[in-house]
Write a protein that binds this ligand. Structure first.
Ligand SMILES: *Cc1c(COP(=O)(O)O)cnc(C)c1O
Length: 380
């Protein structure tokens, strides 16, 4: 497809690619694990073995690279596998700077690597101006990891400012852009060196596959290293999952727009509710990250928000128990709305307040979601 089609068009037509044998407008699922070698000893189609090569996963990789304005994309078995491929490329003992509050599973993995002597990690409030520069001045750093908006407080990190600070200090910047999606933020355009997605979430959008992705602005050392990690470690996406991912991505723009509109309506409705201590949503003018979010997010502030229940932890858990429409489950970015008491998931060492409920807004009618939450809060 020509260079200037909008993301909506690229998504709807999955780059306009037509299946070359029969002319199907939807791709087949290529199940082959190995491909024929010619008598001249070459691979005429450029594909050899399924751990590296599969036309079914190459299609969503091309689409994602295009959406992020990158050159290369790699799909992985999960978001965690994608993130791990970035960190495993670092030398033993390398120093990493990461957000104080971030996706819990990755924070735990990093802490385990520190305990094992593999990496050194500083966790700092990277959403506050000057904090990253001060940490980078203190210690030689190989990689800065950002997540924005970040789980589950939805702090907003200024990607352009962080990229400048990281590069000045000789570090690379990786951004977990799962919550923003390429519809709302394009980290590579703001100076990031690699973008990570849990494709399990918005990219697929239907809560029915686990997948991850990395996107790179070029095919330089970061890309080569992650590709080698994937080849050697083997954390590839399955062909059926890759096919479902592309199918899900074709409506990404519609789902993200609906989730943003729903989240904004819910945030507005409960922002000044007497039963709620705080609504954490970057789209609210009162949110500390609102002005940065206005600059670096386009078309909305995302479908994720958290509310803090004034009556405390037990009341928050009771609210999640009393909703009918919201589904009590972890994860995010699906068409169905989810509610979760995060501190219960993260355990006693969590930095997340006990009165916090995380909300992943799906594509249902916002008024129904508001009514359901309002009734549950009313029962307290
Ligand atoms: C879910 C998630 C991950 C991990 O992805 P998996 O696909 O579950 O491995 C990483 N970062 C964020 C922000 C997530 O929401």
């Amino acid at each position: 497809m020509t260079a200037d089609w909008s993301p909506e068009t690229l998504l709807a037509q999955a780059l306009g690619e037509i299946e070359p044998v029969y002319g199907g407008v939807a791709p087949p699922i290529h199940t082959a694990t190995t491909y024929i070698r010619s008598a001249d000893n070459s691979y005429p189609m450029g594909v050899a073995y399924g751990r590296d090569d599969n036309p079914t996963s190459a299609a969503p990789e091309r689409l994602l690279a295009r959406l992020e304005n990158g050159k290369q994309a790699l799909l992985f078995a999960s978001g965690m596998a994608a993130a791990v491929a970035v960190f495993e490329g670092l030398p033993v003992g390398a120093h990493v700077l990461a957000p104080k509050v971030m996706y819990w599973g990755l924070r735990k993995w990093l802490l385990d690597r520190v305990a094992a002597g593999r990496l050194a990690v500083t966790f700092a409030a990277l959403h506050e101006p000057g904090v990253a520069a001060a940490a980078l001045a203190e210690r030689t750093t190989a990689l800065v990891w950002a997540e924005t908006p970040s789980n589950p407080l939805w702090d907003v990190i200024d990607i352009a400012a962080l990229a400048a600070a990281a590069h000045k200090a000789g570090a690379v910047l990786a951004v977990d852009s799962t919550a923003a999606t390429p519809m709302l933020t394009r980290p590579l355009d703001l100076g990031a060196d690699v973008v990570m997605h849990s494709a399990t979430k918005y990219l697929n959008g239907h809560s029915d596959i686990i997948a991850g992705a990395l996107v790179f602005p070029d095919d330089g050392p970061l890309y080569q290293s992650a590709k080698t990690q994937r080849h050697d470690g083997g954390a590839i996406i399955g062909h059926f999952e890759a096919w479902l991912l592309l199918r899900g991505m074709r409506t990404l723009h519609l789902r993200v727009a609906a989730a943003c509109a729903g989240a904004a309506a819910i945030a507005e409705r409960f922002a000044n509710d007497a039963r709620i201590a705080d609504v954490l949503y970057p789209g609210l003018a009162s949110h500390p990250g609102h002005s940065v979010a206005r600059r670096q997010m386009r078309g909305g502030f995302g479908g994720m928000l958290s509310i803090r229940v004034k009556a405390g932890q037990a009341a928050a858990i009771q609210t999640a128990a009393d909703v009918q429409l919201w589904k009590r489950a972890t994860s995010l970015g699906g068409v169905e709305s989810l509610i979760e008491h995060r501190a219960s998931v993260e355990g006693p060492t969590t930095p997340v307040p006990g009165d916090l409920l995380r909300l992943s807004v799906g594509i249902e009618a916002p008024d129904d979601l508001i009514r359901d939450l309002d009734l549950a809060l009313g029962r307290l």
